[in-house]
Write a protein that binds this ligand. Sequence first.
Ligand code: PHE
Length: 330
Amino acid sequence: MDRALQEVRLAAGPAELETVRVKYLGRKGVLRDIMDKLKTVPAAERPELGRLANDFKMALTAALEERRAACATVRATARTGQFDVTLPGMWRGLGARHPVSMIIEETIRIFGRLGFTVADGPDIETEYHNFDALNTPADHPSRDIQDTFWLDSGRLLRTQTSPVQIRVMESQPPPVRIIAPGRCYRRDTTDATHSANFHQVEGLYVERRVSLADLKGDLTFFAREMMGPDVKVRFRPHYFPFTEPSVEYDFSCHLCRGRGCRVCKQSGWIEISGAGMVNPKVFQTVGYDAEACTGYAFGMGVERIAMIKYGVEDIRLFYDNDVRFLEQFA
Ligand code: PHE
């Protein structure tokens, strides 16, 4: 029965439908055969088989009728040049979430568990928010024309998500506990690990008594949640104008488990983020009482995390929009 109905569905026009009808319901057709055989089965089974044969005939007749009507409509629309709604559709394929978005969503989830909410700031920033308020002196190398995309208006494309720290503190009193994911722009020459456009997630926690131990604890918690319990975290002293003391923190390379590979450049470690204790000068600039509050801040590279988490050896793959690459994350 299924086969017969399938043939009806596949029939392209009236002629083929007639062939199907003759094959099953015709004078020498399948149904006739079955009826003949009916005479040879035991009398007790005859009514049941007879009923099945009858059901088959009814179902097939109805299907034939329906398909015949559909074919007639197709012919009519073809004549009038209208769109043929009975044609099978074209398969466009399903999209998937971008790996960068997946890391950002996961980061929001993990810090959400620590009580952080999401904040946002503009991609086009003022020099004040991106540099001055972050205690970045005019002669700091990152203010060099080489590193920053300046716009005609005197504004710039933010080189980091740190200006969101300033905007949040300008708009609310302490305590603050936010993360701010977003795009950043730098005049970097693109290669396997650099891109002129990349993503960071900024974090800022301001309270009465926040310490470096909180920073280390929270970032270690984040690393384990993101990469699994085996990941190791390393903090190295560093310098940022807006934090004091400053650190950089690294994940042990997930791909080679710290043994050394191409992605971690044989070092066993991947640099993930800059971080540190908020510089009191920044608190003064935004009008916070630098005596009364302390805080930590960090800014981590989203693509870096995605590269080691998913084993992607070239940052450019994230922006090429090659569906063969992207559909692996579906
Ligand atoms: N904004 C710094 C960068 O882009 C990272 C950072 C953020 C460092 C917050 C300390 C505190 O490298």
